[in-house]
Ligand binder design. Sequence first.
Ligand code: FE2
Ligand code: FE2
Length: 313
Amino acid sequence: MSQQNTHLSQQLGVFSEISSQVEKLIERHKADRKLWYPSELLDVEEREELAQQAQALPGAVRAGLALNLLTEEGLPHFHRLIAQHTGQDSAWGYWNNLWTAEEDRHGVVLHDYVRDAKVLDLLALEKLQYQYLEAGFDPDWKQDPYRLVAYTSLQEKATQFSHANLARLAAPHEPKLQHILSRVAADEARHHRFYRDTFALLLEADPERALQAAWAVMPKMAMPGHTIPGFRELADSAHQAGIYGPHDYAVIVRELLGCWGIAAARGLSHRGEQLREKLLLLPERIQKLADLVTRRKTQSAGPQNFDFLPEGV
Ligand SMILES: [Fe+2]
Ligand SMILES: [Fe+2]
């Protein structure tokens, strides 16, 4: 067996060791969630009124909406990556289906909103979505399920921030969009809690390898959708508008390291101690980098043009 296969099978062994605790986290999630459906949030009878009202949405909010929608549309990639390691006959298989069903509504409701409110050129957006899915998604953590859980812990929080901030910016112009985005953000918060607490179980059961996974993912998390053509410009626009940026990421990393009790981790090898120390320095490092990036962006700030923005916005 190659070293990589041994590594993978040891991780999967720990996954099955903790499966009864994961089942409890799933039950907690189900008890706390509030299921909703896209057609409950958007009334077809009110389309005209909505389109009228949504004309007031600024370009930066529309661009943020496009980015948030596109990142949600990468769901097939993420379902596949989780299924690849967990199969169907485990708590994880069940979670993957439940999580996918919840996530699917995010893309649907945002797509329906864009269509009904006529705030973006839907065809231009759909072409980007198509390219994103056709291009595939092959992160370097695919042979490392611990990295997958570390990544989803970060990414769910990042999408929570992004939807919640966009909701706040939309609020003065368009309450319906604020309402929809707030529902989506609340889902992301509950998903984050599931992955975060699952990773805490991995840290407890297999601290050394879990720290390695955290270190492999945390210094530079690539957001879902980073392979979309023009993603950098979209991400810059979201950063400038205060929707999501590197300062948010610094907050997320700091919070997670605190929640996981990394500073208090004991019984580690010399290598494990080194990883722990490097992780603890990370929030400050990311913060400094965020300050630098923000200064540069402010100097070069300029209006962005995107194909999916209607004329005159
Ligand atoms: Fe989502
Ligand atoms: Fe989510």
